[in-house]
Design a protein around this ligand. Structure first.
Ligand SMILES: *Cc1c(COP(=O)(O)O)cnc(C)c1O
Length: 403
């Protein structure tokens, strides 16, 4: 039966799809640049960027072209073959990063799962079976597989799914003393987000990251940067670690990498590669030609001075508009983040109004995200136009008036 012409509505979600999510009341059907349209043809300005994914906006003409072209050549090979787009993308990632080798997967969680498994495998092969302890941070987010939620710093995401994997310890983000207390010779890795994204758009301090690198060197542990949200231009550099001047041993990227096509990658060094033999890890779709072709084009566009330097300019324009709004509404106490990963920390009187603010914004035709309890998060396209910024902020103003 072909259901193509059957009308579907938001209510059908409750009929057929498991309620792991509670999606917004309208259904987007079309996107172009930083604007999307719903079933009724109502138009919205998108500051959510598909949760920091659609970094080149919706349906970028060049990405459409590449996807189309690749779709007529070959879609899928599995890893019993390699393929040209995967090889080209891997080379590009290596040439533009600290890394010498790449592993492709399909989501942020899978890239992190691979990173945590590899860190343990490397430590156990190179040192001893007891060197398996992973240190991560409270409030951090690394994905939703059982290993990644357990490493993540919010127990509400891992509770009731036990028994949980062992050998994971949490320290406090930006508080190096709490790491020093628990790190020891059995630590195999520390994993950290350079900007805690889901946790409230909180940047790591430079001294904190420098000290983590020092501790990892001292205890022969690997430093893993989870750049799933910050990687590929989001912060105005191709990788956020470039702001810190510190290199990791393993780095994961996903969200922006495919500009909306599912793909992720784990990057690492030759030293760690030396532990790997074929067959110890894998995934059917990893390095899919469609995904890699789109990701290659995404990097080609983003990894240019023009786009990367535009990130800071666009942030400044948004900050300018937000400060005008704040004079009138006393909405937030602070704007934080790096580049176009922006968090507005709400004044306490607005804390329990965050849902209403987002809802009113939808009604006025502008889309934002939340992060944590009291932070409005923005992760717009890196090429959002000045007109879209101004119009989006005007709509935000109207939404706040209606509160
Ligand atoms: C989104 C995110 C993940 C998980 O990515 P998925 O693609 O949802 O599995 C992991 N780490 C960070 C920092 C993220 O922002």
């Amino acid at each position: 039966m072909i259901l193509k012409n059957t009308l579907v509505t938001r209510n059908n979600f409750n009929d057929f799809i498991l309620p792991f999510y509670d999606p917004c009341f309208f259904i987007p059907t079309k996107g172009k640049g930083s604007r999307i349209w719903d079933q009724e043809g109502k138009e919205y300005i998108d500051f959510s960027g598909g949760i920091a994914v659609t970094s080149l906006g919706h349906c970028h003409p060049l990405l459409n072209k590449v996807l189309n072209y690749q779709s007529r050549k070959i879609w899928h090979t599995s890893n019993i073959f390699t393929n040209e787009p995967a090889l080209r993308l891997a080379k590009k990632l290596v040439l533009s990063s600290f890394a010498s080798y790449v592993f492709f997967a399909n989501s942020g969680a899978e890239a992190n799962e691979a990173a945590f498994k590899l860190a343990r495998y490397y430590a156990i092969k190179k040192y001893h079976i007891k060197k398996n302890k992973i240190i991560s941070f409270y409030n951090s987010f690394h994905g939703r597989t059982l290993f990644t939620v357990s490493v993540g710093g919010k127990s509400k995401y891992s509770d009731c799914f036990g028994p949980k994997p062992l050998g994971i310890q949490h320290a406090e983000f930006n508080k190096i003393e709490t790491v020093k207390k628990i790190i020891d010779k059995n630590t195999c890795a520390i994993v950290v987000e350079l900007v805690q994204g889901e946790g409230g758009v909180i940047p790591a301090s430079k001294s904190f990251i420098r000290e983590l690198r020092f501790l990892c060197n001292k205890y022969n542990a690997l430093l893993i940067f989870d750049e799933v949200q910050t990687g590929i231009g989001r912060t105005g550099k191709l990788f956020a670690y470039e702001h810190y001047g510190i290199e990791p041993d393993i780095l994961t990227i996903a969200k922006s990498l495919g500009g909306g096509f599912p793909i992720s990658a784990m990057l690492t060094t030759s030293e760690i590669k030396s532990a790997i033999i074929p067959g110890i890890h894998g995934t059917t779709y990893g390095g899919n030609p469609l995904a890699c072709a789109v990701a290659e084009a995404t990097i080609d566009i983003i990894n240019t001075k023009y786009i990367l330097s535009g990130v800071e300019k666009k942030f400044k324009k948004i900050r300018f508009e937000l400060n005008i709004i704040n004079k009138r509404f006393k909405l937030f106490t602070e704007i934080r983040g790096i580049g176009l990963l922006i968090g507005l920390v709400l004044e306490s009187k607005f804390e329990n109004k965050i849902k209403d603010i987002l809802y009113n914004s939808f009604l006025e035709g502008v889309i934002f995200l939340t992060a944590g309890k009291n932070v409005i998060r923005m992760a717009p396209s890196l090429i959002i136009s000045e007109d879209d910024i101004i119009e989006g902020m005007r709509r935000f103003c109207c939404a706040l008036e209606q509160l």
